[in-house]
Design a protein around this ligand. Structure first.
Ligand code: ATP
Ligand code: MG
Length: 237
């Protein structure tokens, strides 16, 4: 369970001050699939980054599974980012010269997982995104859609409770975007809590709940009946 309470983020540039978040309160229960949407500059990424400990609030709290993120030590933050949450970004941030296997294994190495279990876990994560056939390929040789699927595999390899995705389809065409949204729906159906930031209403409609932001505030928070996920895995290149 994620509990956001009175969250504010102020950015000061010289004399000027801007509240990227003006006081956001929001609960996300385990197993939800939430889309955070809204115009550019409305504070979507700022909110997601606070939940992911990539940024610190000016005021307010984020409790995850009852723990106040701002009270975490450096070691706890590292562990939280490695094991509790998985991140996916618009830019895939893979190591281009590494193989797909090595990219996906990275969080396991960082978490000190015994390497004899790693292959099994990397393969399972790659199966989940339909990319096992590319396991030996260098990341730089993959298409954008494939790279994002590797990034998702990397995000889930440690089996985090929460998957946070900031515009995961932002650099992809329609067919690849559909494929990524289908994968996220499947992960949600398998029990993961998925939070996606998107400015695309089509993508938002794949979620069960749509939170809309404007000027650093939540202006709407509604249940949504998702458009059913495609049953067949599309091969997209
Ligand atoms: N490091 C920063 N310094 C100053 N202002 C910032 C900083 N980061 C974000 N902002 C401002 O905070 C506001 C919210 O930014 P944020 O990135 O959260 O918006 P967003 O909804 O994710 O937008 P987009 O859809 O374009 O990604 C914007 O006005 C932005 O310019
Ligand atoms: Mg953003």
């Amino acid at each position: 369970m994620i509990s956001v309470r009175g969250l504010k983020k102020e950015y000061k540039t010289g004399e000027a001050s801007l509240f990227a978040l003006g006081g956001v309160s929001l609960d996300i229960k385990e197993g939800e699939f939430v889309a955070i949407t809204g115009k550019s500059g409305s504070g979507k990424s700022t909110l997601l980054n606070m939940i992911g400990t990539l940024d610190r609030p000016t005021e307010g709290t984020v409790l995850v599974d009852g723990k106040d993120l701002s009270a975490f030590s450096g070691k706890q933050v590292a562990e939280y980012r490695n094991k509790t949450v998985g991140f996916v970004f618009q830019s895939f941030y893979l190591e281009p010269s590494y193989t797909v296997y090595d990219n996906v294994e990275l969080p396991l190495i960082l978490s000190g997982s015994p390497s004899k279990n790693n292959r099994e876990r990397v393969e399972a994560a790659l199966e989940a995104v339909g990319l096992i056939s590319k396991i030996k390929e260098k990341a730089r040789n993959l298409s954008g859609g494939e790279q994002q699927r590797v990034a998702i595999a990397r995000a889930i390899v440690n089996d985090p409770s929460y998957l946070l995705a900031d515009e995961p389809c932002g650099n992809l065409d329609t067919a690849n975007s559909e494929n990524i949204m289908h994968i996220l729906s499947t992960l949600h159906a398998a029990g993961k809590t998925v939070i996606i930031v998107t400015h695309d209403p089509e993508d938002a409609r794949k979620a069960e709940r749509i939170v809309t932001m404007s000027d650093g505030l939540v202006v709407s928070d509604v249940e949504n009946t998702p458009i059913p996920a495609q049953t067949e895995e599309k091969e997209v290149v």
